[in-house]
Design a binder for this molecule. Structure first.
Ligand code: MTE
Ligand code: MO
Length: 348
């Protein structure tokens, strides 16, 4: 492979890796598993490309020596290799996490995501500086097609080989869901990690003064206290909370279906979405049609939720990633806005 072909392939695959990595954070159902497959195949194809890239890097040093740009490239190399290595180690041995001031505990997957984010500025500057004039044969030729097919097959073979070896050797990496998350404290009540989105902080709410306000496009606005909610028929649902930080837990969640509460509030005909807001202002929007599936949860596997897990009431959102499971719920707004009208990942 020529230097030019190697560099362009690395660029293209890194873009695919960023896109599939970010999009994968939104996938909570197995029918989206293919996005994770692409991410794994692409990552291992990048590992293969190192076989060609290291010669290019070495030649650049011999020619230019240490300049600001080669120093930047050296940093890029370190972060790039770290990102790749942390992803592979997470899948193999569940690479130990880190505790960072200001960020808190990170799993190996958290380290992988953090390094990937750190990579962005280096990658953009490096690619902009070295950007070649693109020619048609670079991407639309038999050779290019063969090159990308070969890289895909190599990535696929390495991925499958890796899976088989980790399974045969019973390495800790096998204990992962299709999302890459590892199981923690299933059916243990409150015995699974408490996590907050990096923008939010833990709350402790007095259950005696807690109130839930239901308003917006409804015929009857409601103000519910805890005994009001407790008087409504609750159901229990077995579901997985899967945090994008790299762990998941399965519990029998108990709560009142949102549909039951909304039946008392009577949403208007043009109502389309439900905005669920926490005492902290953290909020997520859902389609109104999901109201039967979403629970105002109070218990996990027979135990009342702890403060860290969102007491007195958190949202149970089966099939959605963890960041949608709003804790410390105090407000529900029914609105005509479509459910997709929100940042795909929380910003508040
Ligand atoms: N109000 C609020 N709800 C929240 C969060 C948050 O930061 N604030 N974090 C979310 C994330 S990222 C996850 S994974 C789950 C974690 O729930 P747990 O702490 O009970 O494990 O809560 C979600 N609900
Ligand atoms: Mo999370």
């Amino acid at each position: 492979m020529t230097s030019r072909a190697t560099n362009l392939a690395i660029f293209a695959i890194v873009v695919v890796e960023f896109a599939s990595g970010v999009l994968s954070l939104l996938v909570g159902q197995p029918d989206g598993a293919w996005l994770f497959w692409i991410h794994r195949i692409g990552g291992l194809a990048l590992a293969v490309l190192i076989l060609w890239k290291w010669r290019i890097v070495l030649r650049a040093y011999q020619r230019h020596g240490l300049t600001p740009l080669t120093a930047l490239a050296a940093l890029l190399t370190i972060v790039f290799v770290g990102t790749l290595a942390s992803g592979i180690l997470w899948a193999t041995v569940g690479f130990p996490g880190l505790r960072l001031p200001g960020i808190g505990g990170l799993t190996g997957l958290g380290v992988h995501i953090l390094l990937a984010l750190l990579l962005i500025p280096f990658f953009v500057i490096h690619a902009a500086h070295r950007w070649p004039r693109l020619l048609r044969p670079d991407f639309a030729s038999r050779r290019a097609a063969l090159r990308y097919a070969g890289l895909s097959v190599a990535g696929l073979a390495l991925w499958q080989g890796h899976e088989r070896i980790t399974r045969a050797a019973e390495l800790p990496g096998i204990n992962r869901r299709f999302t890459g998350s590892r199981e923690e404290g299933s059916f243990s009540g409150n015995g699974y990690p408490t996590t907050n989105w990096f923008t939010d902080a833990r709350q402790r709410i007095d259950p005696a003064t807690w109130q839930l306000r239901i308003h917006g496009l409804v015929d009857h606005e409601l103000e519910l206290a805890l005994p009001d909610l407790a008087a409504m028929p609750a159901t229990t649902t077995r579901a997985i909370l899967d945090c994008t930080g790299g762990w998941f837990t399965e519990q029998d969640w108990r709560g009142v279906p949102l549909a039951t509460v909304l039946a008392q509030a009577h949403p208007a005909n043009d109502a389309r979405s439900i905005l669920v807001t926490s005492a902290t202002g953290y909020r997520r929007r859902f389609p109104l049609s999901e109201a039967g599936k979403l629970l105002l949860g109070t218990h996990s596997s027979g135990v009342a939720l702890s403060a860290g897990h969102g007491a007195p009431v958190r949202l149970i959102a089966p099939g959605y990633r963890g960041f949608e499971w709003v804790k410390w719920v105090v407000e529900i707004e029914i609105s005509a806005a479509p459910a997709w009208l929100q940042s795909p990942l929380p910003l508040q």
